[in-house]
Design a protein around this ligand. Structure first.
Ligand code: HEC
Length: 191
């Protein structure tokens, strides 16, 4: 797009209508991709939440940690078999495999800034199209349930189990309403 705009600047106004048509097509595309991405993120999030809730019900947070440990990556993998790749990332990681790349890092920081500026957590999403790939992120707010394993007053067995599984765990000390991280999705677009 930048290239096209530069071309228009160099050649004058004759490509004006072409430019606006291209912009429109891109926006439409982005809008429909965003709807699909939201749907994917919601399904993934729902499955994760149900898994944690089932685990908590069955055996409390210590048992649920086991489920998160094994099932969170498995659920992400199961949801990544079609066109989309789904995952989660954060500025304070529990699982180092969820580390953000440059765009994810910048987006996570911008989500925190937007939250601080008063945007509701549900509105915190971002997307981009680059190198034939669509990328989407959506913020994950911290709820009361999350504090069992991400809060600042963890039960002793929870603390112990977490430090066994994640010796470099940074994902504690959260309060309700803070952003715990974000869903991060990718889709390769056909040429
Ligand atoms: C029973 C303990 C437990 C509860 C409750 C829990 N989590 Fe986690 N969380 C974990 C574990 C264990 C991992 C690492 C799993 C993995 O490999 O993704 C994790 C990872 C994450 C990640 C991935 C980023 C990272 O740090 O690796 C996010 C985001 C996250 N949790 C958000 C939440 C939210 C939001 C809630 C509340 C709705 C929640 N968690 C509730 C244990 C828990």
């Amino acid at each position: 797009m930048k290239k096209l705009l530069t071309l228009v600047c160099v050649l004058g106004g004759s490509f004006g209508s072409l430019t606006s048509a291209t912009v429109k097509a891109e926006q439409l595309d982005d809008a429909s991709l965003r709807i699909a991405a939201r749907q994917q993120a919601m399904t993934f999030g729902k499955q994760l939440k149900q898994t944690v809730q089932q685990g908590m019900k069955a055996g409390g947070p210590t048992a649920a940690i086991h489920l998160c440990n094994t099932q969170a990556p498995a659920i992400a993998a199961a949801n990544s078999q079609g066109d989309w790749t789904v995952g989660r990332t954060s500025l304070q990681l529990r699982n180092p495999a969820n580390a953000p790349d440059a765009w994810e890092l910048a987006t996570l920081k911008s989500f925190d800034q937007r939250l601080a500026a008063g945007e509701p957590p549900a509105a915190l999403e971002a997307s981009m199209l680059e190198n034939g790939e669509y990328r989407y992120m959506k913020a994950i707010p911290t709820g009361a349930l999350c504090l069992n394993c991400h809060g600042s007053a963890l039960a002793e067995p929870v603390k112990t189990r977490l430090s066994e599984l994640y010796p470099a765990d940074q994902a504690v000390g959260y309060q309700v309403g803070q952003l715990r991280g974000a869903f991060t999705l990718r889709k390769t677009l056909a040429d």
